[in-house]
Design a protein around this ligand. Structure first.
Ligand code: PEP
Ligand code: CO
Length: 416
């Protein structure tokens, strides 16, 4: 039994960068090429960190401010980045869009906005099924460019360890471009120049390989500032929670309509036993209707436990629908409704909604319904590029920021 080698501390086994291997790891691909996987991991362990320890610590401090209502988080980017997306102009459009959204949010929120990209590492995707079948042929599902290719053929769907190294290289080059764009955009304001990045810490082989011990003994995941745990890998005793509890980055975790108060309390206890401000962000994604019914009880349970957490609203993943033509979409009005409801529930329960988590792009895609151009189901075929979930396009995302700001102004006026 593996666990007998590990020391037991306070009822939990000691953490090491690979102690997750003793737990059940959901959503991992099967690599037939075990030697190739070992070689890729060895390369990554020798690769340069992508983000500095100082910038990781800085984000934690800023998230602690958001938790107290002194800042607001705008976390956004693609559902799934692709290796083929190498156009710096598209990256610039996303960063400029986030900047414009921050400015649009300010009048209503009256708080500085902390921008965090879902980028430079958002290459691994959880899927609802392991296998996809078309015309009698069954193949492994597409799990994101870090694992395999979306094309439906046996060769493309094979989990290829070399893709871990490509993901690192693509992250590094995206980050370099993003930093350059950011430096030009904020040439007059040093404080605004910092660019924070985040991705779902799904593929544990990759995450572990970019985990580094600091001179003070702490371990940091230096592939990103804010790694998060997705809904499908949020089991309190699972491998993802085990891996992330030992790294000192700020962490986020998705919270669904079916997350129970008892699971959530366990997660908070495991991931933030010291109740450190800024350490833990909870991203609820329930859908407008269920959020109204269920979020309040979770907020109350955490308040009773005096847990210091930052709450963000992901209004995308609880509002996904599949049209009769099998296209996955989300409606702009459902997304706005979930955000408005989230602000209300937090206020009613004496809590603070500290930010938004959005799947969005600066490109003029047609993936979500409604918005300023009032996109209809029949319009979605025009420019549907996402390989996984539908994103707000630039115009929809900016309109969303304006409407959230107006809704806040109206609410504040009501209160006065
Ligand atoms: C995502 O953020 O793309 C995602 C898969 O979300 P969730 O884990 O909330 O389903
Ligand atoms: Co998604």
């Amino acid at each position: 039994m593996l666990s007998t080698c590990a020391q037991v501390l306070d009822g939990q086994t000691a953490w090491t960068p690979d102690s997750w291997r003793e737990r059940i790891a959901a959503q991992q691909p099967h690599y037939a090429d075990a030697q190739g996987l070992r070689q890729a991991a060895t390369h990554l362990r020798q690769a340069a960190p992508l983000v500095s320890a100082q910038s990781i610590d800085l984000l934690k401090t800023r998230l602690a401010q958001a938790q107290q209502g002194r800042a607001f988080v705008l976390q956004g980017g693609d559902c799934a980045e692709a290796f083929a997306d190498t156009d710096p102009a598209a990256l610039k459009r996303l960063l400029v869009l986030m900047e414009h959204m921050s400015q649009a949010l300010m009048p209503g929120l009256q708080r500085p906005v902390i921008k965090i990209g879902r980028l430079a590492g958002q290459y691994a995707k959880p899927r609802s099924s392991d296998i996809e079948t078309h015309a009698g042929l069954s193949l492994p599902v597409y799990r994101g460019d870090i694992v395999n290719q979306a094309e439906f053929c046996p060769q493309a769907r094979r989990a290829d360890p070399a893709r871990l190294l490509q993901a690192y290289a693509h992250s590094a080059s995206t980050l370099e471009h993003a930093r350059a764009i950011q430096a030009i955009m904020h040439s007059d304001n040093l404080a605004e120049r910092s660019l924070f990045i985040s991705h779902e810490a799904l593929l544990l082989e990759y995450e572990q390989s970019l985990t580094r011990q600091q001179a003070d003994g702490r371990w940091l995941n230096q592939s990103t500032h804010l790694p998060w745990i997705g809904l499908r890998t949020a089991q309190p005793d699972g491998a993802h929670v085990e891996y992330l509890r030992g790294v000192d980055n700020p962490l986020a975790i998705k919270v669904g309509a079916d997350t129970t108060a008892s699971d959530l309390l366990q997660l908070v206890e495991r991931l933030n036993p010291g109740n450190q401000p800024g350490r833990l962000t909870l991203i609820h994604r329930m859908g407008a209707l269920l959020l109204g019914e269920r979020l309040g009880a979770l907020i109350d349970a955490l308040k009773r436990a005096d847990a210091k957490v930052l709450w963000l609203c992901d209004p995308m993943h609880g509002n996904t629908r599949t049209l009769p033509c099998a296209t996955k979409t989300r409606a702009f009005d459902d997304i706005l409704a979930e955000i408005a409801m989230a602000f209300r529930v937090h206020a009613r329960h004496g809590s603070i909604l500290g930010g938004l988590h959005l799947e969005m792009t600066g490109e003029a895609v047609t993936e979500c319904l409604g918005g300023p151009a009032d996109l209809q189901a029949s319009d979605l075929g025009q420019c549907y590029l996402s390989k996984v979930d539908p994103r707000l396009n630039g115009e929809q995302a900016l309109e969303l920021a304006r409407r959230v700001s107006l809704d806040r102004l109206a609410c504040n006026a009501d209160i006065r």
